[in-house]
Design a protein around this ligand. Sequence first.
Ligand code: FUB
Length: 313
Amino acid sequence: LLSALVTAVAATAVATPSQAANPIITSIYTADPAPLVVGNTMYIHAGRDEAPTGGSNFVMREWHVLSSTDAANWTDNGARATIATFPWAGADAWAGEVEPRNGKYYWYTSINGNGAGWMNIGVAVGDSPLGPFTDAKGGPLISDSTANSSGLNIDPTVFVDDDGQAYMYWGGYWGPRAVRLASNMIDTVGPVVTPTGLTNYWEAPWMFKRNGLYYMMYAANDTSGCVTDSNYACQRYATASNPMGPWTHRGVVLGQVSSTTNHAGIVEFNGQWYIVYHNANAPGGGNFRRSVAVDRLYFNADGTIQPVVQTTT
Ligand code: FUB
């Protein structure tokens, strides 16, 4: 009887995992994950890496939606948006994030403007986290001609505050940028500004709020506590009492991963916090053949974040 009881308890423990085996999907390569919780499901909107073995450039033409109801068992729901979703776009299905509002799901993403500047930010809209998604604006939300020219228009993160005001942060290589969004979620309001305090910012911002405090996580590639080789990146974070900053740098959340790029999102799901990121750990993986990983994230009592322990199996 005792051994039967032990077996039953063990089976129960196995049946209720809350931690994925990493990488979570190995049938394709996936990158730039953006987690979103809707009801009892965690969705991850991610680009698909299609570079050949040994490739030295990004080949990205579509975005997939991954989903799970337990953060351990993941389904690839296929390509739910592609470059063709944006009739004005030409290439480069780079990073993005889906933000819900008023029963709609807005997918902000980085994409080549097919002659209208190198990288632009487009926005598609759908009725569910799985889409289908269609171009919401008929052209870029942010393009080279509408932002300052000191960096790339990539990696948008969008956050809707409790009062309904929406904010978008983005930017790669030479500094972050921020702007307010209109309630229709497809127009900007006011000037594009350069937020302060995001120490050693490189790319890939991710904004969220916890216990009234605003958090900004972002990729940095300095060798002052971030990485030992500046071809790689870590994830630093900052906090603020105002969604437009100023920000106060707090430290490194996620150290160097096995891919040169480091791009992550943070989400609360079923009462636990998770960090979703990518690495090169899948069989045949590499810097342009990345795979999404999920790990637990822990906060200290004062709101600071404990460094992530990367699980690789
Ligand atoms: O996936 C293309 C680019 O690599 C993203 O825009 C960056 O964040 C980096 O992950």
